[in-house]
Ligand binder design. Structure first.
Ligand code: ZN
Length: 419
């Protein structure tokens, strides 16, 4: 029961340490985690072999772990020091569609709660502010929440946006937490219907928050919007401070930016984001690739010693195959948030030269907006000859985790043919 306050106290204290003091903390935890994994986790007994681990720099000598490694060997990632019956289990698929089973102990589940509480309070939330979370799940209130501290209400991510907004208007929360693809349509309806719901702050995560979406959410709800970064496998990795920097929770997770051969890149260089959560012992993830690109940013003016992260737009999972056979990241055309007339959208590449633009209308798309959508998709396809069809839909089907996969390609990158 004390796991959350212990994590929280460490986060509050450590954030103001210097970079070198933070590095010492994470290095000590990392060396201990690797020793634990080597001695009790079958997968790492084999994969880490006798590679020496004396400092954080040695981490880059270890192999990178992918989603498929975990999916194909799930059972061999669980530490023999844990009783499997005492562990909780969940699955993640994410935008790759690759299901990764996750096992975690009760104590480990406290990390995510502590991280969020830390983030909210650093951004100005009060302990008695009501939080509303629009999500695909609902957690039971913990002891503090039963006493009215950090109260949280859950609304279903699949509900109709107008209904959700009316619920919000009656609940009057101070804090709203969801994906940007949920917050943005709510902001648009809030403005267009004149509901003028105001918030103390909004917390976004799980998908890319574009500057346009941030501005629109912020202006509609008259509140600041804070972003955070993570995945189901790693839990939260970084959070945005009031100065706008995404701070890595360095005392709890090691983040590396790696190049093609798995070696660390210098600060500022964009590479693949690889994480090692230091608190995850029941099923350790060592050098786990999240499939995103990013770089380390400069120190933040807020004075925290925690390093900053810049996440480049784009998961690496979605690959478009163009008519010429060239491949592109699907996110190269994921920039439609500012086009008026719709609440949400999804782009599906049905064939190399055919894209279907499905959208939920607000006012509807006029000729000018359709042309704009078409020209952006074409630009994302490097000007190749493609056709765009428009389809008005009542809602966009969300994935199992409640996220919208904005760009879906039905092509296989290796063949260029539809599947
Ligand atoms: Zn900062």
């Amino acid at each position: 029961m004390l796991d959350t306050p212990i994590f929280l106290a460490q986060m509050k204290r450590n954030q103001w340490l210097t970079g070198s003091a933070l590095r010492k903390i994470s290095e000590k935890k990392l060396i201990s985690l690797i020793a634990h994994a080597r001695s009790s986790v079958p997968f790492y007994k084999k994969s880490l072999g006798g590679i020496p681990m004396r400092s954080i720099d040695d981490l880059q000598s270890l192999p990178i772990l992918s989603k498929t490694d975990v999916r194909d060997n799930a059972g061999s990632f669980v530490s023999s020091s844990c009783s499997k019956r005492a562990l909780h289990a969940t699955y993640t698929s994410g935008s790759t569609g690759i299901q990764v089973p996750l096992f975690y102990s009760h104590a480990e589940s406290a990390y995510g709660v502590a991280f969020e509480t830390h983030h909210l309070t650093e951004c100005g939330a009060g302990i008695f502010d009501l939080q509303v979370r629009i999500a695909h799940y609902e957690s039971r209130p913990n002891l503090l929440q039963c006493l009215g501290v950090f109260r949280c209400r859950y609304l279903d991510v699949r509900a109709d946006e107008t209904e959700t907004l009316l619920r919000l208007a009656s609940l009057r929360p101070g804090i709203l937490i969801s994906y940007p693809s949920i917050l943005l349509p709510l902001a648009r309806i809030n403005s267009s219907e004149g509901l003028n719901l105001r918030l103390k702050l909004a917390l976004s995560g799980g998908e890319t928050l574009t500057p346009m979406a941030r501005n629109e959410i912020s202006s509609s709800f008259s509140c600041p919007v804070f972003d955070r970064y993570g995945s189901m496998e790693s839990s939260w990795v970084a959070w945005e401070c009031k100065e706008g920097s995404l701070h890595i929770q360095e005392d709890m997770v090691v983040v590396e930016i790696v190049g093609q051969h798995g070696k660390n890149l210098p600060d500022g260089k964009v590479g693949t984001i690889v994480v090692t959560p230091l608190w995850r012992r029941a099923m350790p993830f060592i050098r786990y690739s999240l499939g995103d690109s990013g770089s380390f940013g400069p120190p933040c003016t807020c004075g925290r010693g925690l390093r900053t992260l810049r996440v480049a737009r784009g998961r690496q999972d979605d690959i478009l195959v163009l008519p010429s056979g060239k491949t592109r990241s699907a996110r190269s055309i994921n920039l439609m948030d500012d086009i008026p007339g719709m609440l949400s959208y999804q782009i599906i590449q049905e064939q190399p030269s055919l894209f279907v633009f499905r959208y939920v209308p607000s006012d509807g798309l006029g000729e000018k907006e359709r042309k704009e959508v078409e020209s952006r998709i074409r630009a994302g396809c490097l000007g190749e000859e493609i056709r765009v069809e428009f389809e008005e839909v009542p809602s966009i089907v969300r994935g199992r985790t409640g996220k919208i996969q904005t760009v879906v390609s039905k092509m296989k990158a290796d063949s260029g043919k539809g599947v």
